[in-house]
Design a protein around this ligand. Sequence first.
Ligand code: KG4
Ligand code: ZN
Length: 347
Amino acid sequence: MTEGDVAATGTRQNYILGIDTSCDDTGVGIVSLEAGGAVQVRANRIWSQTVHAQYGGVMPELASREHVERIDEIVQGALAEAGLRLSDLTAVAATSGPGLVGALLVGLMYGKGLAQALDVPFYAAHHLEGHIYAAASEAELELPYLALVVSGGHTHLFDVQHAGEYRLVGATRDDAAGEAFDKVARLAGLGYPGGPAISEAATRGDPTAVPFKEPLQGQKGFDFSFSGLKTAALLASRAGARPDDLAASFERAAVSFLVKTTVRAARALGRTTVVISGGVAANQALRAAFAATDLRAVFPGKGLNTDNGAMIALAGAAAVQAGRAPSALTVGAEAYAPLANVEAQVD
Ligand code: KG4
Ligand code: ZN
């Protein structure tokens, strides 16, 4: 981007298209960015692949092929939803990692090609940064803040003092939070994805019926662990616990652990704002528990918790707004890409 273009972003309306094909959802979103920095989600289209259900897990090769087949119509659908034409777009962003390499490549190549054809800047986005920026749809992310990313593949707590700089202060030692919801739902026979199934069953259950011990009690740090809760759920299920009671008790234990650990970290680091994102951030019990703390809790808007393209467009909008240099078109897909880029402080 030239200096003239940077100046231009300050005066005209920007429309950023974002693509996420990191796993089994083809997500395309469009956000508008005003000169003053205000962002608004104009479109959020998702094609959720169902082909994997028969295998009991995501088949990477099939995921890539479905992305190839669907991406064009999802992009067209997003443009129609926003009432825009391709030529209205001023930047394109796509997830470059982490995720399934073959799946990532589809969205990444499509995004780069589109940006080049339109002669607009391209931004490679980190999937977790996208999850965090999903909350920018609801409120300005005022620095500094803590970011709790709780999804099917990640449970990470970052301290964010400067835009784009992430210091990891805690992470799961075993299962991710969403993965634990999925596994407990499966052993209770509640279906997939487990998060919504557990929440729904929990409304009919007794949260005190199954006693769960809080994981990692007494730890000085801010790590997470869900394998103990999962094993306790398995034993309770074998001992005949009702699925609804198991769901209610597990949800309460998992939520309490996530909130307590985050609140402790916020106190220790002097933070008052926490951004909670990723699929598990859709959980109403988790939202209510954070609302009852003295922290300012910011969550993504509706439809922006689980994987989607609008969150990548929001991350792209932040890059445009910050005047960040666009990514080189040689940027590749990365299966493993840690977000933490600030060394942990030794205390
Ligand atoms: O962010 P996401 O779409 O994918 C990853 O990047 O991993 O998160 C999916 C995860 C699944 O494990 C799902 O069970 C969980 O988010 N999830 C929930 C809820 N909705 C989705 N967990 C708890 N409560 C929910 N309401
Ligand atoms: Zn995700």
